[in-house]
Design a protein around this ligand. Structure first.
Ligand code: S3P
Length: 180
């Protein structure tokens, strides 16, 4: 017997559209959307940028790991992971049953443009050459992101297009629309 789909996990680089698309997918499925970074911020009482500046990246990663563990126990949710969460070795290889993971692919130039248009501070892209940094990080992280069950190349797609693709992926999995 196959496990019913209980949650969708969106992973990918900063600016790939995870936080934009998660609520749209959640609406389409009648589920909730939850963003890892927002939960980290609520728990810490500080923004991601403040946590990086005040406590360092290691502390942020520990908070993010705790939040990820807790959210992956929830049902009927579409989760938008922070860009670094899935970059950790083994993260996508050991997901709870019923989780469908989707890598939203984005080119580094586009990611940086989107991330700056969205506003907010991405500490990892705050240096003098954000595109160069994004290229390097993406090259290092891509093999980890590629462990997701599915991938959607967002190039040239609107958030609604991306949403339709994700929903169709989930629809092909068993029992995604059931109430239990
Ligand atoms: C990070 C991505 C950010 C945020 C933090 C670190 C990363 O989330 O968690 O700035 O390491 O890629 P988004 O991917 O939602 O921008």
């Amino acid at each position: 017997m196959t496990t019913p789909v209980r949650r969708v996990l969106l992973v990918g680089f900063m600016g790939s559209g995870k936080s934009t698309v998660a609520p749209l997918v959640a609406d389409a499925l009648g589920w909730r959307a939850v963003d890892f970074d927002r939960v980290v911020e609520d728990r810490a009482g500080a923004t991601v940028a403040e946590i990086f500046a005040r406590d360092g990246e290691t502390r942020f990663r520990a908070l993010e790991a705790d939040v990820g563990r807790a959210l992956l126990e929830e049902d009927r949710v579409v989760l938008a992971a922070g860009g670094g969460w899935a970059a950790e070795e083994g993260r996508l290889d050991d997901l709870p049953p019923g989780t469908v993971s989707v890598w939203l692919r984005v080119a580094p130039e586009r990611a940086v443009a989107r991330a700056s248009a969205e506003g907010g501070v991405r500490p990892l892209l705050a240096g003098p050459d954000p595109v160069g940094t994004a290229r390097r990080l993406l090259r290092d992280r891509a093999p980890r992101y590629a462990r997701a069950d599915h991938e959607v190349d967002t190039t040239g797609l609107t958030p609604e297009d991306v949403t339709r693709r994700i929903v169709s992926l989930v629809d092909t999995e068993p029992d995604s629309q059931t109430d239990n």
